[in-house]
Design a protein around this ligand. Structure first.
Ligand code: AMP
Length: 222
């Protein structure tokens, strides 16, 4: 989207009000990529709870163990960390990775404009995650749909690409189970608040991105 289109997109939002967006979907739905694209497009920040917690895990072995086992961390750790980061986002944010259950949604206590749900079948998730690689330095993600230019090296910073410790089939299945049990209740929670925007997550990243922009674009004024 060019700058003129961007201005007209933002121009029709409530003036001066930052856009506060949650992006949801199972791991491998392209959530991180779409959150990055959206943040860049709208000039707002991408806040990723997985990255915040992995950073914390470097200094805390218990947190690292829970992440490697694919378990959710307690809300008393996650929510204050997320709130602190969101409150620093004066221009708005795309929150990726929380809330994971209704308890977290209720504890969040921050105004939300849209909750984007990326819809994708489990089979496709397992296929995508098994081939996913992440940069150890800048956390950029690569996969079959987005391979790096040089094998094993990050396009952005040239660092080494690796499989994440929690991207193995056993942990993926566990994470999907947790997702279906808990996150779908969160979807219903936001559906009742009329904030849920369901988007088909199949196809190329650019195609999914266009669908997202369409889903959050305010209706034209008469
Ligand atoms: P992700 O990168 O979103 O797949 O998150 C990786 C791991 O971080 C998860 O499997 C959890 O162990 C932990 N995690 C991330 N976000 C949350 C959250 N909102 N609540 C609890 N644990 C989380």
């Amino acid at each position: 989207m060019n700058i003129l289109k961007k201005q007209s997109f933002l121009g029709s939002q409530r003036s001066e009000t930052p856009l506060q967006i949650i992006i949801m979907g199972p791991q491998g739905s392209g959530k991180g990529t779409q959150a990055e694209m959206l943040a860049r497009e709208l000039g707002i920040r991408h806040v990723c709870t997985g990255d915040l917690l992995r950073e914390m895990a470097q200094k805390d072995a218990k947190i690292k163990e829970a992440i490697d086992r694919g378990e959710l961390l307690p809300p008393e750790i996650v929510i204050p960390l997320v709130r602190k980061n969101l409150m620093e986002c004066r221009k708005g944010f795309v929150l990726d990775g929380a809330p994971r259950n209704t308890e977290q949604a209720q504890m969040l206590g921050i105004h939300i404009d849209h909750v984007i749900y990326l819809d994708i079948p489990d089979k496709k998730v397992i296929e995508r995650l098994s081939s996913r690689l992440q940069c150890m330095e800048c956390r950029a993600i690569y996969g079959k749909d987005m391979p790096p230019k040089v094998q094993g090296k990050c396009d952005k910073c040239g660092s080494e690409l690796r499989h994440r410790d929690d991207d193995n089939p056993e942990t993926i299945r566990k994470r999907l189970k947790v997702f279906h049990e808990e996150t779908e209740k969160v979807m219903k929670y936001y559906e009742r608040k009329r904030l849920l925007r369901k988007v088909d997550a199949s196809g190329k990243p650019e195609e999914v991105f266009e669908r997202i922009l369409k889903a959050i674009k305010p209706p034209a004024r008469l």
